[in-house]
Design a protein around this ligand. Sequence first.
Ligand code: LLP
Length: 411
Amino acid sequence: MSFAYQNKKLMCEGMAVAAIAAQAGTPCYLYSAHQFRENFGAYRNAFLGADATICFAVKACSNIAILKLLGTAGAGADTVSGGEIRRALLAGIAPEKIIFSGVGKTEDEIALALESGIGQLNVESPEELEIVDGIAAARRAKARISLRVNPDVDAGTHEKISTGRKSDKFGIPWPEVWETYQEARTLSHLEVEGVACHIGSQITDLAPFEAAFAKVTDLARELQADGFRLRRIDLGGGLGIQYRDETAVDVGDYAAAVMQSVRPLGLQLFLEPGRSIGASAGALISEVQFIKHAEGRSFAVLDAGMNDLARPAIYGAYHEIIPVRQGDPAESYDVVGPVCESSDIFGTNRRLPRLAAGDLVAILNAGAYGAAMSSNYNTRSLPPEILVEGDQCKVIRERQRFEDIIALERY
Ligand code: LLP
């Protein structure tokens, strides 16, 4: 645990959170370098000895310093836009270890992917096959592609983060997969190298993974038998985590299930975990502005809002909220932000020590889909991001200034 109390003070690794907040101001994101490495290391160790590349899902936490830290530890990158590809390249991640997925890649993005020589371009529709072939032809190049298939498995996760059912927009519909592979092999500027799938996020049960792996590895075997010279298989995003009372799947059990399906194929394995590497490595630190009493409720009004951490407002997600100075729980608070939306609530009925203006709280498990989803809504500045390593910390993104927010506006 990289966020833990020492003498009643919340620490991030060897640094007091309150001291960092005093320097950086609030709200701010704090990341533990150690926790990022440990979470990534759990995947790396679980797949030791296999020909596996763990490609961190850049969308979960896209700060270049974080990508650099993970890249140095051996990670590749899973990207979903030209911007994310450019971030991964700036972080020094080898193009060969970059995957590019997405239902609606633009021609410019596809061209960037081809020019950068990224390792795996996931094509998600027959329409896109033709587009990629055309772009490669114009460059007199061959595009190395995988087809992202939709195995029609219900991951049993939140409606808004499920991707592998036939009703979802992602991937090639299962009944059309075989035909699409046959079409791909007729296009002369494509090299069909792999199979990819992704069924959703925050999955806390091994069964849907196993069901998808079985379908996709069967497909790979049939394609090999049909003469496709596949090189790789990509089994998508990683494990769900414990935000509240969920039980996360053990990464060792996950790896065993993956390897049991994949080993007989003799292919390179790519995985795209994001949340399980980033979430526990980050916290959003915020200051209580004041306590407001209304209708018998106590609202702790923070200086962080849904623009800084959108998950509770969008998905009704639970994030633990803890005081930066430890004390006995004394009161129940609805912890809310200042944004003009009723959904700007981080948590209701949270038992916390008595809070007053100026007290700090930490919203945990915010290292994935936290800063990466933050916005300027209500013309609020993006918060700074600070990376802690031992007893050192550095600002890896400055607090955005008002001038930065309006810089592109013309009036
Ligand atoms: N690969 C693909 C193609 C994906 O679409 C995703 C996540 C991942 C990998 C990473 O999955 P993970 O290991 O993080 O589960 N904003 C939502 C999560 C959206 C996830 C979308 N795709 C949230 O805050 O819960």
